[in-house]
Design a binder for this molecule. Structure first.
Ligand code: C5P
Length: 319
């Protein structure tokens, strides 16, 4: 539904997807969520949200995707409602148009990125002047990955994923080829539930053990050079559980491993999307172009991406 009275105030927010350069399940928390140790990385695959200030008090959403709901269960609407409630002004209105490019149910945090973009965008559009750290704090109420998607780049993420320690690098040169079988989605809650059934007996319990694992992650070198040259495996614990559930993951990893110049190969998040790292974007893009037929034959959608040093970006152009 288009708002009755939209004025000319609008902005565009770019919502970037992420991949996991590391995902380790440490244990289970009192709130039922898993205690994680992750390294997340923003990539230049993005959704675009156009936010048009509306003079009525409605929050409405329209999108180019038939796979997602435009209602109260969409994280975009949840984020807008949360922000409005938090500042105590339920009169604020907006109409949001979403151009969805990030595949859904893929382990790329597409929904979380959209919610992050909504918070950052509406903070500006509604002239709320909340600090980014306040938005991050607020956002974790509706999703564990949203705080990361707000500030993005490459960060170590602890807790449910919402406790962030930014890794500062000047260079984000690595490229990646990302693939996803369009015929399947993986439910994140199901992946975690099954992981717990299979590996719950290995979970750590003592705070000192959690902290030891966190320190191991902090001490590792997460620079591009180290990731590319050292040939250490990317750890994604959920891969062990999701692979047998979704044979498409095994297929994706096999295709990616066979690409010339590909280094580390892994599933992202709770899957089923998988990626291979390349020395830079051009290498990834050339390999993608040369192997289009292989991806088609395997029934995989494929993208060449670069890494981003930031999260949500505001602009004016809707491309
Ligand atoms: O926080 P978010 O809504 O993105 O999480 C989706 C689901 O994934 C949770 O309901 C939970 O089942 C699972 N999850 C978890 N531990 C985490 C993050 C997510 O068990 N740290």
């Amino acid at each position: 539904m288009v708002p009755s009275k939209a004025n000319k105030d609008f902005l565009i927010a770019e919502a970037y997807a992420k991949v996991n350069l590391h995902l380790e399940v440490l244990g289970i928390r009192d709130d039922g969520y898993h205690e994680l140790g992750m390294v997340m990385q923003s990539i230049n695959l993005s959704d675009q949200l156009k936010m048009i200030k509306s003079e009525d008090n409605n929050i409405t959403l329209k999108s180019n995707s038939s796979e997602i709901s435009n209602g109260e269960d969409n994280l975009i609407i949840k984020a807008a409602n949360l922000l409005r409630k938090n500042v105590g002004n339920t009169q604020l209105g907006v109409h949001i148009e979403l151009k969805k490019n990030i595949p859904i149910g893929a382990g790329l945090a597409g929904g979380s990125a959209d919610a992050a973009a909504t918070l950052v965008g509406l903070n500006k559009l509604w002239k709320l002047n909340l600090e980014m750290v306040e938005l991050e704090k607020l956002s974790k109420e509706i999703g564990s990955d949203i705080p990361f998607c707000i500030s993005g780049g490459r960060q170590i993420c602890f807790g449910r994923g919402e406790i962030l320690e930014k890794l500062n690098f000047d260079q984000f040169d690595l490229g990646l080829v990302l693939v996803k079988d369009p015929s399947i989605q993986v439910s994140t809650p199901v992946a975690y539930r099954k992981y717990k059934e299979q590996y719950g007996h290995t979970y750590l319990e003592a705070d000192k053990d959690f902290e030891m694992k966190r320190n191991i992650l902090r001490l590792k070198n997460w620079s591009d050079k180290s990731l590319f040259d050292n040939r250490r495996e990317i750890q994604n614990d959920l891969q062990k559980t999701v692979c047998p559930m979704a044979p498409e993951v095994e297929k994706s990893l096999k295709v990616l491993s066979g690409l010339p110049g590909s280094r580390l190969v892994s599933m992202s998040g709770s899957g089923p999307s998988c990626f291979a790292l390349f020395k830079n974007y051009d290498d990834a893009n050339n390999v993608l172009k040369e192997h289009v037929k292989d991806f088609e034959r395997a029934g995989l959608s494929a993208w060449a991406c670069s890494m981003k040093s930031n999260g949500v970006q505001l602009g004016n152009e809707f491309t």
